[in-house]
Ligand binder design. Structure first.
Ligand code: F6P
Length: 370
């Protein structure tokens, strides 16, 4: 293929934050389009921003991205390094890591840094852009909580895994007439728990955005039992909280959760349900299974489209943006849009109404909205 002109000659690429299915598909999308169409040089940075500080990188050749479309994880490695927030012992050394990143960016003669990650990664990307670096972001996370994009890659794969787990819990819950509490990832937001709960027909769904009242849950489970369904599935997001916790200030809430969220929220909710209803209750924590393994077809498509679009922006020299999905279109938003934000489930989101409409309890008196 004859190569087209490109403003970007050389760029670095890294994956930061928690991994998720689809990262390799996105890396492949960016790299193949950038190399096949534009002949760009690519430096693969190891382990997120840490690699750019510790000088761990390698040249990525076309063959490095062969066969990775379906592979889980990330061939580049990831870390939760936050260069703008650094505390060593008692000392905050803000600046040193950022200086190292700036220095290595220059040393590698990069025209742009492509960062694949969640809120933290794109926020760091924005801050680096403020420091004068050319940066492009791609939105990945199973949490689907990045502002500026309708969907993040990783979410759909995790949704399938979580839904299958709920399906499997259903049959054993029914056999034993038990309440099964399943904990789904999502410290700050409940997108995954809400979608998996609806897909799996959860009887109760608890998300951080809607504080729960155990009395409301107990009443719902009691009514189900009275109507002949003595088993129930309770889907709980990691960050779900009670109405009492919601009213506490941040410090008190943290302390209270340290004492009561043991070993994790699913177990606390299970204990609360048993105490409230007397029904036999079990807890299951799905954990990192949700982030592992091959990406779904939908995530492969999304990650590939976002990746190839990023290559087009590189070719045009359009930096300082995050590639995004808007409706049915791939687009780009300014990096300031996701920076410092978390996209939570709006209380009036149609999926909350969908859940309530099929008889799911959201754990709150306020739902259904009168
Ligand atoms: O990527 C986000 C996430 O999946 C959250 O839902 C979860 O709380 C977090 O990762 C945990 O990941 P780690 O242990 O890697 O920090």
């Amino acid at each position: 293929m004859e190569k087209r002109n490109s403003i970007t000659k050389t760029f670095g690429i890294l994956t930061a934050g928690g991994d998720c299915p689809g990262l390799n598909a996105a890396i492949r999308g960016v790299c193949r389009a950038a190399q096949d169409r534009y002949n760009m040089n690519i430096v693969g940075i190891a382990n997120g921003y840490r690699g750019l500080i510790d000088e761990e990188w390698r040249i990525l050749r076309p063959s490095d991205v062969y066969g990775i479309l379906t592979r889980g994880g990330t061939i580049l490695g990831a870390s939760r390094e936050k260069p703008f927030k650094t505390i060593v012992g008692e000392t905050e050394i803000v600046g040193e890591k950022v200086a190292a990143i700036r220095e290595n960016y220059r040393k590698l003669q990069l025209d742009c840094l492509v960062v694949l990650g969640g809120n933290g990664t794109n926020t760091t990307g924005y801050l680096l852009a403020q420091e004068g670096l050319n940066v492009l972001g791609l939105p990945k996370t199973i949490d689907n909580d990045i502002a500026g994009t309708d969907r993040t890659f990783g979410f759909d794969s995790a949704l399938s895994i979580a839904t299958e787990a709920i399906d499997r819990l259903h049959s054993t819950a029914q056999s034993h007439n038990r309440i099964m509490v399943i904990e789904i990832m999502g410290h700050k937001v409940g997108w995954l728990a809400l979608y998996a709960g609806v897909a799996g027909g959860g009887d109760v769904i608890l998300i951080p955005e809607i504080p729960y009242d155990i009395k409301v849950i107990g009443r719902h489970l009691g009514e189900r039992a009275a109507s002949g369904r003595a088993f129930s599935i309770v889907v709980v997001a990691e960050g779900a909280l009670s109405t009492a916790e919601f009213k506490m200030d941040k410090k008190d809430r943290k302390k209270y959760r340290e004492q009561t969220v043991q070993p994790s929220i699913a177990y606390r909710v299970a204990r609360e349900i048993e105490a409230e209803t007397g029904m036999e209750t079990r807890a299951t924590v799905l954990g990192y299974v949700q982030r592992g393994g091959i990406p779904s077809a939908s995530d492969r498509v999304l990650a590939t489209s976002l990746g190839t679009f990023a290559a087009e922006l590189l070719a045009k020299g359009e930096y300082g943006k995050m590639v995004a999905l808007s409706g049915d279109t791939i687009t780009a938003v300014d990096l300031s849009v996701p920076a410092g934000k978390v996209k939570a489930v709006p209380r009036d989101h149609y999926m909350v109404d969908t859940a309530v409409s099929v008889g799911t309890c959201m754990g709150s008196e306020a739902y259904p909205i009168p």
